[in-house]
Design a binder for this molecule. Structure first.
Ligand code: TRP
Ligand code: ZN
Length: 850
């Protein structure tokens, strides 16, 4: 139901809860439509809190009874909770409520998925389970009893007792309610074990539905690797006898770090070579690590309030990228992270949804699980580490864990740890947490008498969230490459803290080529004019792998922009530089595959917009296609060898080495398919014994126009595998021509397996449509209209997923008048929908306010 007047919550209004919850016992009697939840908790007045009414959150609950110290009471019930008179001392609160998990389609609170019960409580889902102070700074010790006719009954912590139809759990670690979890169902366990550094045995289980047992081995190994890595790198050990992971098909996001009982979207944990791509394997490994790492950064140290979300998310994303860098290739991981940041965070930071890494107000907290909080939040920690150095970072983290273990902490606490352990003043650095927007960093060079001067200027466009941005501390990693390709100076980190600032490099024998913002040392847009020949020199010789890749990407971007705006031909110098690197067998195949990539069409639209041009999606599409053809032509003599030399003959392993080879071979196949009508791709499809090879071949064939039969045989082969069928749905949209993207998506919605209430399936079609730049932004407006039809349908069922998908419209101000007015019409149509959720209303109002 739509709130009459959506309430805005402000960081500045924080006040502690008036009571402490000494301990809480929950008893569940499971029933699809009438689950009973009894809650008993001892509350004591919190001496540090201002006087306040006794208020417990609660939504969609049917109160059966409430008691204080055993006496029935009659609280005032509202749509968001209850109020009750309470004694001015410690007391026992008891309540019983009834809930309806089978009708809970929002997938928040206790709900059912394929006959199993599961929960999702972050951020504010626990209030749909029982009346409770549902805020992260209220931490308590939970005991849970579950009654239900299911073979598997799980909750957080350690098992106390299990018998037929009943299980009791106790979690000794005080935790906020958002980390509560319960699972009940007919599940099978894939078992493992881990011995901690101090010798404790931990039982590990990955629970899946019968039939999915064969997709657990990789996740289990990733979990063990994560546990070991956190001990070795951060000195963090696991702290319970048991660690459970459960795979669930209906889930709004990737996974959730509930204490001792992580719940995963099945797409984020189930893997097998036949059904998962190399990219899937890498993502699964990273998500398992991410959720496991939350045990310390999130659970043992949690957030005081939801404004501090980046305290756990930014840090945990940073930790999981360090893990992936260690397990696989650090340069490849860094480049992939920057591609992702530009694809998802830059548009957010440069549009109407821009908000600081630590926002200061919101209406619906679910709308702030964003690329800015997560990925930019991680970039801020990367900068902090670059500024203080590796050793000081390690010391600061040790201090953070000892000082704040058991706390619900803030960003102020986090920065204070760094200040205390390094003696640095981080007042100005803190702007990275409080200011929205992507800084633009421009640099000009001056060369005189063996001295190179770099003059920098930083500027952040004002936004609604930050109307007057001030200069930020920007660590700029710079190296110098000599004319002969050797290093004229090793990496030096410049610390910029003014709007304009110059730095000099002295005593140079000749003018070098400057390699600026190495390793992407700050999340900024860099404008560093230099001759194309110098850029090509960096492509050939930069010793920083990120900047070597970035130099090629910049040449590609420049050439594409010239093709779009001036009808220029593809830049031959770029193609030559590319060919030299891609055919260099001394280089990692994964890196060479990344070199072959182009900036996405959305990314190009952003670049055009920032430069004051109105992006035309059709022209961008045509230019990108022409550039692909040019790559294929320039590399024509090498492609067959690139494809065949990088075939893996050893048994399939999803590791960095094999997946790098497959990535390069399949990048070559994509170019080959532009020239052979898809013949080789069709052969690869038939020969493939793993999903990476099969899916790449199918994509190439669809592009080349000979894929329809393969599509049908793929469907026959995989119709019973939900996760593979998600790929089948999305690939057709991804590979559709711009004129056909919306029609393809519409046709897929008529497929009997288009189960739109399942978020994975909905996103397979509509996430793909929103990402098809030229298809979604087609001049007909068909993409806008179709997405809107379906968002209107989904909103009453699942507001959280609907609201997230509204971000497809966030870049609307970039486009021409016609497109803007078509989008405005659709956004208005959505906003005018009766009963629109608070989630979706907030997203659309922010987008429309641009
Ligand atoms: N904390 C989770 C993570 O970082 C993400 C999360 C937040 C989530 N809200 C959610 C997951 C709702 C699923 C559903 O991994
Ligand atoms: Zn997380």
């Amino acid at each position: 139901m739509r709130d009459a007047s959506p309430q805005t919550v402000y960081l500045a209004d924080y006040t502690p809860f008036g009571w402490k919850v000494e301990s809480v016992s929950l008893a569940f009697t499971l029933d699809p439509h009438a689950t009973r939840v009894r809650c008993r908790m001892t509350l004591t007045p919190n001496p540090g809190a201002p006087k306040q009414d006794f208020f417990l959150h609660g939504e969609n609950l049917q109160l059966i009874s409430a008691k204080i110290d055993g006496q029935l009471v009659t609280p005032d019930i509202t749509a968001d909770g209850l109020r009750c008179a309470v004694p001015d001392r410690a007391f026992l609160w008891e309540s019983e409520v009834e809930i309806d998990p089978a009708n809970n389609t929002a997938l928040e609170g206790l709900y059912m998925s394929n006959g199993m019960y599961c929960t999702q409580c972050e951020a504010e889902g626990f209030r749909k389970i029982t009346y409770y102070p549902d805020r992260p700074d209220v931490m308590s010790v939970f005991s849970v009893t579950i009654d239900g006719p299911h073979p598997v009954l799980l909750s957080n912590g350690n098992p106390v007792s299990t018998s037929e139809g009943r299980a009791e759990w106790h979690d000794p670690w005080p935790k906020p309610a958002y980390l509560f979890a319960l699972v009940a169902g007919d599940l099978v366990a894939h078992q493992g074990s881990f011995t901690t550094r101090s010798g404790a045995e931990v039982a590990l289980n990955l629970y899946v539905r019968p039939g999915d047992e064969g997709k657990c081995a990789f996740g289990m190994e990733a979990l063990k690797a994560s546990m070991k890595w956190d001990e070795e790198v951060y000195g963090r050990e696991y702290d319970l006898d048991l660690f459970n992971i459960v795979a669930v098909d209906d889930f709004n996001m990737g996974a959730m770090e509930n204490k001792g009982l992580n719940i995963f979207n099945s797409s984020a944990v189930l893997a097998s070579p036949e059904t998962s791509t190399d990219t899937n394997f890498e993502r699964i490994e990273a998500i398992i690590a991410h959720e496991y790492f939350h045990n310390w950064t999130g659970n043992r140290i949690t957030c005081r309030d939801w404004f501090q979300l980046c305290l756990k998310e930014g840090l945990t994303v940073f930790r999981d990228s360090q893990f992936t860098a260690d397990m696989r290739s650090a340069p490849v991981k860094r480049i992939s992270d920057v591609i992702d940041l530009r694809a998802r965070q830059f548009p957010e930071d440069q549009g109407p949804l821009a908000h600081p890494v630590r926002p200061e107000s919101f209406q619906e907290v679910n709308n702030f699980y964003t690329a800015t909080v997560y990925e930019k939040g991680a970039e801020v920690i990367h900068m902090l580490k670059t500024l203080v150095g590796d050793a000081a970072y390690a010391d600061a983290l040790d201090l953070y864990f000892t000082r704040h273990d058991g706390d619900a902490a803030t960003i102020e606490d986090w920065l204070k740890v760094f200040e205390d352990s390094t003696g640095r003043d981080l007042t100005q650095f803190k702007r990275w947490y409080s200011q929205a927007g992507t800084p633009h960093l421009s640099v000009t060079e001056q060369w005189e008498d063996g001295t190179l001067t770099l003059a920098f200027r930083q500027e952040t466009k004002p936004s609604a969230a930050s109307p007057a941005p001030a200069p930020q501390v920007i660590p700029i990693a710079v190296g110098l490459i000599a004319r002969d390709g050797s290093e004229a100076a090793a990496t030096r980190v410049l610390e910029m803290d003014q709007a304009e600032q110059s730095f000099t490099f002295e005593g140079l024998a000749e003018r070098p080529v400057a390699s600026i913002l190495r390793d992407f040392s700050a999340p900024v847009v860099l404008d560093h004019p230099m001759p194309d020949a110098d850029r090509a020199h960096l492509v050939a010789h930069d010793t920083d792998p990120f900047n070597r890749w970035e130099a090629a990407r910049t040449l590609a971007r420049k050439s594409l922009i010239a093709m779009i705006t001036e009808g220029a031909a593809p830049d031959a110098a770029y193609l030559d530089a590319l060919a030299a690197v891609v055919t260099d067998k001394a280089l990692d195949p994964a890196f060479r595959a990344l070199m072959l990539g182009l900036p996405s069409q959305t990314d190009l639209a952003g670049t055009l917009d920032q430069a004051g041009h109105t992006p035309d999606p059709a022209r961008i599409y045509t230019a990108a296609e022409a550039m692909r053809d040019a790559q294929a032509q320039r590399l024509a003599d090498d492609l067959a060898a690139l494809h065949s030399d990088n075939q893996v003959t050893a048994p399939y392993r999803p590791d960095a080495e094999q997946s790098g080879k497959r990535a390069l071979a399949n990048a070559a196949l994509a170019l080959i398919s532009r020239q052979d009508g898809g013949a080789r791709a069709a052969r690869q499809f038939t020969d493939a014994d793993n999903m990476t090879q099969q899916l790449a071949a199918l994509a190439c064939s669809l592009r080349a126009g000979n894929g329809q039969d393969l599509l049908a045989s793929f469907e026959t082969q995989w119709k019973d595998d939900r996760l593979v069928m998600d790929k089948w749905f999305s690939l057709q949209v991804i590979e559709a021509a711009p004129d056909e993207a919306a029609a393809t998506a519409r046709r897929l919605t008529e497929h009997p397996d288009f189960n739109w209430k399942n978020p994975n399936r909905f996103r397979a079609v509509f996430g793909a449509l929103a990402m098809h730049h030229a298809g979604f932004h087609h001049a007909s407006g068909a993409g806008y209209e179709l997405l809107t039809d379906w968002l209107i349908r989904l909103d009453p069922v699942n507001p959280q997923t609907t609201a997230r998908m509204c971000s497809a419209f966030q870049t609307w101000r970039r486009y021409d008048e016609d497109r803007q007015s078509m989008i405005r019409d659709q956004v208005t149509r959505l906003l005018d929908t009766d009963g629109l959720s608070r989630d979706t209303t907030e997203m659309l109002s922010r987008i429309a306010a641009a």
